[in-house]
Design a protein around this ligand. Sequence first.
Ligand SMILES: *Cc1c(COP(=O)(O)O)cnc(C)c1O
Length: 387
Amino acid sequence: MTSDPAPSAPTTPVPARHRDTVAVAAGRPERVVDAPLNTPVTFASTYVGRHDTGQGGLGYGRTGNPTWQALEATIGALEGGRALTFSSGMAAAQAVLELHGPGTVMVLPAHCYLGVAAAADQRAERDGWTLRRVDVADTAAVLAAADGADLVWLESPTNPMMEVADLPALGAALRGTARLVVDNTFATPLLQRPLAYGFDIVLHSATKFLAGHSDALLGALVLPSADAETLTRLVGVRSLSGSVPGTMEAYLALRGIRTLAVRLERMQHNAGILAERLQAHPAVRAVRYPGLTRDPGYATAAATMDGFGSLISVELADAATADAFVDGTSLWVFATSLGGVESSLERRRRWPGELPTVPEGLVRLSVGIEHVEDLWTDLRQALDAVV
Ligand SMILES: *Cc1c(COP(=O)(O)O)cnc(C)c1O
């Protein structure tokens, strides 16, 4: 939506807009009288063409849709690159893996999103990939593992141990050596923007914070605008695999992003208060939240992120205690997933793929936007019952 400035346009420099504003203002239709403010949901498998326009235009629903394009413009503006959306975060992840052939050497977090770890394991088995799992908080270990690697895949903070990677240092040291990917699902573009540090691809499970209401599955990749070549390859992968977003999901995610800044602000506010109180409760052995000054991730998070996020992990005595605790809550929902307006929690080791380095009694909390005192009252009574 560029238009030539009028000859008399003022030349006073306008400061770049804050991301909270971008989340609201980007990806809107042109302002025309009686046009809707929001990009409508376009249900279309096929578009009207013309014999003389050849392959130009949208053509068919698997190659493009105005509703996804509005969402992509918005996510791209937030991350500072060009976005492509997918049917889920895993579809986006698979599209990146698809760029790499047999024999790929891949670095990935010791504590990694389980679906990504499983997809990497499949390639190790099928295509002879070498996987190097590292603690992302240990910069020297990541750099050592990245030596000779083709693909470096990072997550920060990690799931569910909340380790924090020094992304600016890693980006500066590794740029140009391998394909560098950051799964930015936990932090969102409001808290960190890896492309600015030299990373090549940012991944989002937009299912989580971006859509934010636990009602849509959606994924996104964001690339630097200059990397048209990789973008074109990824468009090809998406089109041939058919892993395109649903139109309704794209609409819901874009609607969700409009309120991302206020949701996140409230969630973080709640998380900060709850993390402190959880730490002081006798049933809790340890709390992992990068916003606690005693947390191992605090210094890095404080130096590199614009906030500490809204995920907290707490360790209770053992699996039985943790199960009794999650069963004892009534406002908090026992559920996997995260980043919704509703507070939810789960014991992570209930998942067979979760590593033994995650304590049996570890419960991950996704803090929502409810009143913090109600959230605490519910947690406290459930904790009191298991001391
Ligand atoms: C949920 C999640 C994914 C996968 O996204 P889906 O939308 O569920 O396919 C990837 N990475 C992280 C960190 C996630 O939390």
